[in-house]
Design a protein around this ligand. Sequence first.
Ligand SMILES: Cc1ncc(COP(=O)(O)O)c(C=O)c1O
Length: 452
Amino acid sequence: MKRYTSQQLARIDKSYIWHPFTQMKSWEKEDILIIDKGKGNYLFDVNGKRYIDGVSSLWANVHGHRHPRIDAAINRQLKKIAHSTFLGLSHPGAIILSKMLIDIAPEGLERVFYSDSGATAVEIAIKIALQYWFNIGKHQRHIFVSLNNAYHGDTIGSVSVGGIGLFHATYKPLLFKTIKAPSPYCYRGELGLDYPSCKLACVKKIDDILTKNEGRVAALVLEPMIQAAGGFIISPPGYLTAAGRIAKRHDVLLILDEVATGFGRTGKMFACEHEGVHPDIMAVAKGISAGYLPLAATFTTQNIYNAFLGEYAEKKTFYHGHTYTANPLAVAAAIANLELFQKEKIIQKLQPKIRLLSRGLEKIKKLQHVGQIRRIGMMTGIELVLDKKTKQPYPFEQRTGAKVCSEIRKYGIILRPLDDVIVLMPPLSITEQQIAHLLASVEKAIRAVTEI
Ligand SMILES: Cc1ncc(COP(=O)(O)O)c(C=O)c1O
């Protein structure tokens, strides 16, 4: 490969590339960061400067970069084959991984359908739910209920069940109709009520919707415990349990999107374990391959799977697939990932780090412009506000969250905010020392931007 200076690379990037979720007008004017390599919990830019990967390369990396076991697994697979189709063929890795996944999946999930991103995993969940009802002759069940502030990916199906105006409103003419229930955003209660005196009125709304549309709803789609991209909105205790019970009572399928939360992020392997809720369908991606390569999976119950069995002419087949479904390299990374979880007791070892994080955040909570800190496991959102008493947000165009994340690069940390919510979501392998540095730097960066 030809060698370029960092300035040349930046110039070429700005001339040819269109980055995701990025206002390119500002990008073209900014000093851009170009990442060259990674090692452990660090990323290194093309000039050799080191940064803690504070958002796990978009909530994906689990055990750090260039983990010797994962690298070796991919290398071993590379010596066999990089890719062969999963349509009409199988391969040992995907077979072994499916057994490993089912062994750790919430009770009742017994089948795995592979794909390659969070959005496709959710899209597949939606299509399976709809076709399940169709295949058993209940054609009228085609409505999907999801939440305001939900994020399930950027393909049209996943956007349809999404609920973030800023990202989704423009595409309304393309979206299928869904019914939205309120977001369990206790800090800014959509229903004008306060938790806990609200008595989970937002869950009651789900019940109302399902009652009003009795027999017509295919599935309730939720991000369990935390609406991540919606602003790290953590649902109050009992919310998920109640929502699951309501879905069951109305004979509606429960689809849980564990794309962000799966594989240890919330301190348990899957977030739904916090309340012992068992979905009918579950979508995972990101951490499944330890954040190495694109891989996703949609789990279903045996009952749902059975509804797709039939004679060829009955046309009950699930007509869906992607070129890179169950890519062998990604699968090799996923197997090594799950082996590490088991051998190194990752979930158990995480607990002291979670406690350290929780204690360290107490100081940040007191800052003048920190409205609320929401944390579950290793997922933390710090909501910045102009006025702590009235919860008045900063003007959108001020980009306060982005400024904090830009400031913190001085201290060798990479973060990416969700509007004015500062997201901390480091790899599970982050050390206690690195957590301390991360928190001290977050405090300094927030102060520098908000207390001037
Ligand atoms: C809950 C949830 N679902 C789906 C997605 C989409 O995943 P992907 O970007 O891999 O398509 C995301 C991404 O952040 C997510 O947080």
